[in-house]
Write a protein that binds this ligand. Structure first.
Ligand code: AR6
Length: 181
């Protein structure tokens, strides 16, 4: 993966990375999950293929124990065969035109991922463009929401999380990130 841009805000590094999130070596990666944690397509499918079936197994156990993950919330599993220790499964909203609280729910999905990483005392986290694939959230509307969530999180003065990576798939999406950050 290739680091395209680095920005430092209050001692936290934000890195825009081009490539595949499943090969990141951060302490945790974020999955763009659904409420049932059934990892089929997109990032989730790639994570499962590379990380192995234990990730789906652990996800199923999580659902059995706690019930479905509400949109905007996160669940946790181990990283399986991936390089990261944990996977934070964040459930973003499905885009339905913008009047179904999509913006707040996307903000929550990102903010809660960062909060979970800090709770776990992790130093580094990689996130994909949550909701901007199969869930149809327009990328130009999603990127400002990612930025707001990251910036609000940094303003809480995290003690542990010092590196936040956005791992961006494809040049098209990358341009929007570069414009916004
Ligand atoms: N690394 C980084 N980014 C990726 C990768 C990858 N390996 N693969 C795709 N992307 P999506 P969503 C980008 O569809 O919209 C699944 O079936 C992709 O280009 O993975 O939140 C889940 O189980 C896009 O920019 O997530 C849910 O049911 C972004 O990652 C549903 O899809 C997110 O695309 C979630 O949909």
């Amino acid at each position: 993966n290739k680091i395209i841009k680095e920005i430092k805000v209050n001692n936290v590094e934000i890195k825009l990375v081009s490539g595949d999130i499943t090969i990141e070596e951060t302490d945790a990666i974020v999955n763009a999950a659904n409420s049932q944690l059934q990892h089929g397509g997109g990032v989730a499918g790639a994570i499962l293929r590379k990380g192995g079936p234990d990730i789906q197994k652990e996800s199923n156990e999580y659902i059995k124990k706690y019930g479905k993950v509400e949109t905007g919330n996160v669940a946790l599993t181990a990283g399986g065969k991936l390089k990261c220790k944990y996977i934070i499964h964040a459930v973003g909203p499905i885009w339905e035109g913008g009047n179904q609280q999509e913006e707040k729910l996307l903000y929550d999905a990102v903010f809660n991922s960062l909060k979970k990483a800090e709770e776990l005392k992790l130093n580094s986290l990689a996130l994909p463009a949550i909701s901007a694939g199969i869930y149809g959230y327009p990328i130009e509307k999603a990127v400002p929401v990612y930025k707001k969530a990251v910036s609000d999180f940094i303003n809480t003065n995290p003690q542990f999380l010092k590196e936040i990576r956005f791992v961006i798939y494809g040049k098209d999406h990358l341009d929007y990130f570069l414009k916004e950050f």
